[in-house]
Design a protein. Structure first.
Length: 69
């Protein structure tokens, strides 16, 4: 993202009471340990690398919707 990166946007969502409970599955190309730890500390519903398979993405989304119903 050119101006604000994904973790910063997720941080902003979590800080705002109106958006703090929006479920987020994080999809990123950055697999560095520091980046992963930063995102996981913001408690996304999921975390996937862009190198994940299509099936892994579908499974993660499916698991989310199963838990929410």
């Amino acid at each position: 993202m050119p101006v604000i990166d994904g973790p910063k946007i997720l941080e902003m969502l979590r800080m705002n009471p109106d958006t703090s409970s929006i479920p987020v599955v994080f999809l990123t190309g950055n697999g560095k340990k520091e980046s992963i730890e930063r995102v996981l500390s913001l408690k996304p519903k999921g975390y996937l690398l862009k190198t994940s398979t299509r099936q892994s993405l579908l499974d993660t989304i499916g698991e989310f919707f199963q838990k929410e119903h």
